[in-house]
Design a protein around this ligand. Structure first.
Ligand code: DC
Length: 218
């Protein structure tokens, strides 16, 4: 079974996808975390994000691993756990730049398809419904108003101990949306066969139930 979920930052995708996967007893793959892990490594190595050859080499040479330890998913970059590092504001600011590179996307999409070919998955991201898993049995597009998405991301960051300026965060989310929707390869978009769920006025638990009802009805 393949369940594809796309949507912008802060729409509740990972919370919903993780819960749906757990309920169904299948694997959850957070593809945003894969782009984040690569960005984290690029920043560590001070790689110039606007130098395509360096980025392509980096994408080809990096081993990104997603493991479910029962208490939540952990992300590994070349064997080192980077689960919390990849949520830093610095990585968040730079990840859309790296994710706009077509060669980088090619490598990542290949890795994501390879995982999906071996497992039943709930996979979330920006291009899952139309590029990574166009044949997924179930497709969803999660969205929410910019204010709600900013508040959610702000809360997540505060929970991790970061100080948050909500106005600045809102601007950064808008910029990221813009980059994600306007890139040539794998842009964020709603496919005609995706069920759109607006989580502005409902909690994530209701969205989880809605998705599960659709999947269980088959
Ligand atoms: O979902 P997220 O905020 O963790 O995603 C981080 C970035 O990665 C986001 O700006 C867009 C990019 N991304 C992408 O381009 N394609 C995906 N399938 C997933 C994420």
């Amino acid at each position: 079974m393949k369940i594809a979920i796309d949507g912008p930052a802060g729409a509740g995708k990972s919370t919903v996808a993780r819960r749906v996967a757990r309920e169904l007893g299948i694997l959850y793959i957070d593809t945003g975390a894969m782009y984040r892990a690569l960005t984290w490594k690029a920043l560590q190595l001070k790689i110039n994000l606007s130098a395509p050859e360096e980025l392509h080499q980096l994408a080809a040479d990096t081993v990104i691993d997603i493991r479910d330890h029962g208490d939540g998913t952990r992300i590994y970059c070349d064997g080192r756990e980077v689960t919390s590092e990849i949520r830093s504001p610095e990585v968040s600011r730079m990840v859309s730049v790296l994710a706009a590179d077509d060669k980088v996307r090619e490598v990542m999409v290949e890795k994501q398809r390879a995982i999906a070919s071996r497992n039943d998955v709930v996979m979330d991201g920006r291009d899952i419904t139309h590029c990574v898993l166009p044949d997924a049995e179930y497709k969803f597009y999660l969205t929410a108003s910019l204010d709600v998405r900013t508040r959610r991301r702000g809360q997540e960051l505060e929970n991790q101990g970061y100080e948050v300026d909500l106005e600045q965060l809102k601007r950064e989310i808008m910029e990221r949306d813009q980059l994600d929707m306007s890139r040539k390869v794998g842009p964020l978009k709603i496919t005609p066969d995706a069920v759109v769920i607006d989580t502005s006025d409902i909690d994530c638990e209701s969205a989880v139930q809605y998705v599960l009802d659709i999947v269980r009805e088959g």
